[in-house]
Design a protein around this ligand. Structure first.
Ligand SMILES: Nc1ncnc2c1ncn2[C@@H]1O[C@H](COP(=O)(O)OP(=O)(O)O)[C@@H](O)[C@H]1O
Ligand SMILES: [Mg+2]
Length: 349
């Protein structure tokens, strides 16, 4: 079989806000038909990553490609290169000055190209990417019926034929486990789980290639969570969906994700297939996340020790700096030289 086709490629994504680096140099790709889990504690930058992909932000730097086409690009790295060249210019020799001028011109071209792609009209609303939000109450308009909510995107997309819209809305309602009769009702008439099914229907009706599900079950009762996860899993197989599944703990994504990326404070710290990540977690933060998952095994539970992650204790990055490295094929860990050597030793042991 040939390499699975890459649907989404996130390359060195940075999203800096005034006071913090919400996402800092994050890279990953999602292959067609894959479920990619993005995990990390609250505030680590998961939602910002999702919102950058659906172009709710003008990203600081980096590139996002969808089906091989650049849909978002930031200009920060090019601006930095220009500023550095200008600074060097002050004391440079005449020959070096000529080189620096060429560098600045080249970076200006990059900025132009980035802006052209980022603001391209056809990229403004990438309807092939849809988002399901964490809080189904906040994300549904209380004054709109289920029908109106689900039909809205189709209408914005330009569909005018009422019979086409009707058919799509009723079909998707059934597909997510609701019924036609629900179409005329308002969000407050539904339970939390049903509301999230409406959120799923609103996304799926657009026939997206990629769904970003941002903690879609975090606000639901534990008993309901599995139902919504199963629904997404069924839809994924029926419709051949690709899903970026965001969660704050590993237990939710474990059985559902093909690959998992772990984020900590704006950085990706580990990325591997789901099986590999659970079998050989390497980064101390991943280990801490794993140690927090209870298992229905009394013997295991009795001995389970919750590990805490304190970056200042876990690493010495004063001289030997970390970067993302591939420790075994497809298994990437944020680590420095010393840690890289140790992780490889541990695997051999
Ligand atoms: N629009 C914004 N303006 C400023 N800071 C933001 C904005 N959105 C998020 N942040 C900050 O960025 C960081 C990452 O937030 P977020 O992506 O929502 O994390 P997560 O989804 O993992 O909980 C947090 O510190 C948050 O406070
Ligand atoms: Mg979030």
């Amino acid at each position: 079989m040939s390499e699975q086709q890459v649907l989404l490629k996130v390359e060195n994504l940075c999203q800096y806000f005034k006071i913090n680096k919400a996402v800092d140099d994050v890279s990953f790709d999602i292959k067609k038909g894959e479920v990619f889990g993005l995990v990390g504690e609250s505030g680590c930058g998961k939602t910002t990553t999702g919102r950058s992909i659906i172009k709710l932000y003008d990203i600081t730097s980096g590139n996002i490609y969808f089906n091989g086409k650049r849909i978002a690009a930031g200009t920060g790295s090019y601006r930095n290169a220009i500023n550095a060249a200008r600074e060097e210019m002050k004391t440079a020799s005449p020959e070096r000055k000529a080189e620096l001028k060429a560098i600045i011109a080249e970076q200006r071209e990059q900025i132009k190209a980035a802006k052209r792609d980022h603001f391209a009209k056809e990229n403004r609303s990438v309807t092939q990417i849809q988002m399901i939000f964490q809080d189904p109450i906040a994300s549904l308009d209380p004054r709109m019926t289920v029908y109106e909510t689900i039909a809205e995107g189709l209408k914005i997309q330009g569909e005018k034929d009422k019979s086409v819209i009707d058919e799509k809305v009723y079909k998707v309602l059934e597909r997510v486990g609701l019924v036609r009769e629900h179409a005329g009702r308002y969000p407050h008439e539904f339970s939390g789980g049903q509301r999230q099914r409406i959120g799923v229907a609103r996304a799926v009706v657009m026939e997206p290639e990629l769904i970003i599900a941002d903690e879609p079950v975090s606000a639901l009762d534990v008993s309901i969570q599995a139902q919504v996860i199963n629904l997404l899993n069924d839809l994924r197989h029926e419709l051949g969906l690709t899903i970026l599944f965001i969660a704050h703990d590993l237990s939710v994504v474990k059985y559902f994700s093909d690959r998992i990326g772990v984020m900590y404070y704006g950085k990706m710290v580990e990325l591997a297939t789901s099986d590999e990540l659970f079998a050989h977690p390497m980064h101390p933060y991943t280990r801490a996340l794993l140690s927090a998952i209870p298992l229905p095994d009394p013997a295991y539970e009795k001995n389970r020790v919750r590990e805490k992650y304190n970056p200042l204790e876990a690493h010495d990055y004063t001289v030997d700096k970390p970067r993302m490295r591939e420790v075994t094929p497809g298994h990437f860990v944020q680590c420095n030289d010393a840690e890289f050597a140790r992780y490889q030793q541990e695997l051999k042991a």
